[in-house]
Ligand binder design. Structure first.
Ligand SMILES: Cc1cc2nc3c(=O)[nH]c(=O)nc-3n(C[C@H](O)[C@H](O)[C@H](O)COP(=O)(O)O)c2cc1C
Length: 255
């Protein structure tokens, strides 16, 4: 059993690499053979053809497609650029020759290593790909500098879960893509973060920052966050957004 981890960042020693390492460590500890792939090592081509997805498949190096298609499960890690996954990861997803693979276990992790903004919108992009391929994706993992250590710990557990799922092979019921679609849609609706909007992401980022902050500022931020949460509970999301951003600006730091 081979579990493939795809590093979508051009920086081989960056945060994406560490996060994928954690997934693969978890998988290895459950007895799986693991293989790490750096997209930057391949001649990935952006799809500029005029036909459909079959032509797009020809743009991905065959060796890379074979590796991913042949894996029992795979994980993709992508850095966040301007609020979404980077172009190289998207080019890979556009062109990798993996047919609609009913139930292949998959996991996506994104790292918004600067402002922290975009970690959720990016993870949604990865899971949109998994959804369209009808994979059985688990544990969407949005990461910033502020929850990196927690994420590394959680990803080790997720890596083990990928192996467990590969052994069980939980396919979605139905013989065709459309027959399976209702169940697949229901499955993805239940996954965490996939229904988050930018306000939800900002609240999450606030909570990540509060966890790593201390002292007076943290207390003041909690008061403002409570105001945001109360406004959300009353359905006033626009007013809540202003408080949520205020918390972010109070606590955000660079290092
Ligand atoms: C073009 C570009 C745009 C970026 N945009 C964002 C962003 O929207 N949000 C964020 O938190 N970080 C942003 N970053 C920072 C990266 O997410 C950060 O450097 C991350 O650690 C990259 O992953 P890596 O360490 O695996 O290379 C951006 C970096 C680049 C190069």
């Amino acid at each position: 059993m081979v579990i493939v981890g795809v590093v979508g960042s051009p920086r081989k020693n960056g945060r994406t690499n560490s996060l994928i390492d954690a997934v693969l460590e978890g998988a290895k500890s459950r007895g799986a053979e693991v293989k790490k792939v750096y997209l930057v090592d391949y001649e990935l081509r952006q799809y500029k053809g005029l036909d459909g997805s079959a032509e797009a498949f020809t743009y991905c190096p065959e060796e890379l497609s074979k590796l991913c298609d042949g894996a029992e499960a795979f994980a993709i890690g992508a850095p966040i650029y301007w609020g979404d996954i980077n172009g190289m990861t998207k080019d890979f997803m556009d062109t990798v020759k993996i047919p609609i693979t009913n139930g292949k276990p998959a996991l996506g992790v994104t790292i918004a290593g600067g402002s922290g903004r975009g970690q959720v919108s990016g993870v949604q992009s990865l899971y949109t790909f998994f959804f369209h391929k009808q994979m059985r994706a688990i544990d969407p993992t949005p990461v910033s500098r502020f929850n990196m250590q927690d994420a590394l710990d959680e990803l080790k557990i997720s890596g083990g879960r990928l192996v467990d799922l590969s052994k069980k092979k939980e396919t979605f019921p139905g013989n065709t893509v459309n027959e399976r679609l209702p169940v697949v849609q229901a499955y993805y609706t239940s996954l965490k973060y996939l229904n988050y909007d930018p306000l939800d992401e900002c609240i999450m980022l606030d909570q990540q920052l509060i966890k790593v902050s201390e002292g007076k500022k943290e207390e003041e931020a909690k008061v403002e966050l409570d105001k945001a949460l109360e406004l959300i509970s009353k359905g006033n999301r626009s007013a809540a957004a202003e408080y949520a951003v205020k918390v972010y600006l109070m606590l955000y730091f660079t290092s």
